[in-house]
Write a protein that binds this ligand. Structure first.
Ligand code: DAH
Length: 326
């Protein structure tokens, strides 16, 4: 039976290939009609020993489907006048190449830069607990700094011990990583973050951050400053100057804002500082022995600067004309 099917397949293929569209109907009756050899063979399949049935059935169905397709193709050519069949002046179908999203490109560039400095990439969950997102980062429930992290809370399951939320920053990855690793620690953690706020050209409820954390013996602000300088120059150009300006974050002490001198202005780029002893302790690290720095930058912001994009909402708009510019 299998041989008969294969033979039939070869004969039919050859005949269809040599046929003209006008022969289509005749061939359809011959190969697919009710009384066709194929139909009879298919009808005999249930009588086969069960060990053969599945494989032969599959072959038979495949041949039937393929013959149907080829005959349809043959007949459809009939619809067009013969001289329309091939027009060498019609442009070919070009393959559209995919490309990486500008945020992916920016993230990849930063990953490469930091890997060159010995950092590895860490990740954490987008749905976080209140502990990791706030408490362990030294932001207690009544702390005014919580206002800065307008939060999407997740409706708790009955009996849940802890409230879950969409992480408002990538900083919780710091704690998670410290709890699982001993110093020296050198990581960056890029990822998606969420804030419950009105959207406009400079604010999006869904955005991207890149966290950095370095912990070892004897780490000082000088190390922080050096790494940031390398980052800014690698990212925005050798000639771009940066400065640290005193600021406040609950999880660092002292804390700074990094400004960059870009196109004739000082622009605020990101937050950073020396990891707060309480945060080190929450990560299980002895603050008498180790110190470190952390930073957190907005990837959307950097990509906007780099590429001259004026509306943050474009990133997640899915607009092809925007995406194709990169
Ligand atoms: N988590 C801060 C924010 O989302 C950014 C930040 C500031 C991260 C200072 C840090 C840091 O690690 O040291 O606004």
């Amino acid at each position: 039976m299998e041989d008969k099917l294969k033979q039939l397949w070869l004969t039919a293929q050859a005949e269809i290939a040599a046929a003209s569209p006008a022969d289509g109907e005749t061939l359809r009756t011959k190969y697919l009609g009710r009384k066709s050899e194929l139909n009879q063979l298919l009808g005999d399949i249930p009588k086969l020993p069960s060990a053969e049935r599945a494989a032969v059935g599959e072959l038979g169905n495949h041949i039937k489907a393929e013959l149907t397709r080829r005959l349809e193709e043959l007949v459809s050519r009939q619809a067009k006048p013969a001289d329309d069949l091939f027009d060498p002046t019609i442009p070919g179908l070009t393959q559209r190449l995919g490309r990486l999203h500008p945020l992916t490109q920016t993230t990849d560039q930063l990953i490469e830069l930091f890997q060159g400095l010995g950092f590895s990439v860490a990740e954490g969950p987008e749905v976080e607990t209140e502990d990791y997102n706030f408490n362990l980062l030294n932001i207690p429930a009544n702390h005014p700094a919580r206002d800065a992290w307008d939060t999407f809370w997740i409706k708790p399951d009955k009996g849940a011990k802890e409230r879950a939320l969409l992480r408002t920053h990538t900083s919780p990855v710091q704690i998670r990583y410290m709890q699982d690793h001993r110093p020296p620690i050198r990581i960056i953690a890029p990822g998606r973050t969420f804030r419950y706020e009105a959207e406009n050209a400079t604010h999006s409820a869904v955005f991207y951050q890149l966290e950095g954390l370095l912990i070892d013996r004897g780490i000082t602000v000088a190390h922080l400053k050096a790494v940031i300088d390398l980052m800014v120059k690698g990212l925005l150009g050798e000639g771009v100057k940066s400065r640290l300006r005193p600021s406040f974050f609950p999880f660092t002490e002292p804390s700074f804002e990094v400004d960059v001198w870009f196109k004739g202005h000082w622009l605020e780029l990101m937050g950073c500082g020396m990891v707060h002893p309480t945060v080190l302790a929450n990560g299980g690290i002895d603050a008498n022995e180790f110190s470190g720095f952390a930073f957190g930058l907005g990837l959307d912001r950097i990509a906007m600067l780099k590429y001259g994009i004026d509306d943050i909402r474009l990133f997640l708009s899915g607009k092809l004309d925007f995406l194709e510019e990169f």
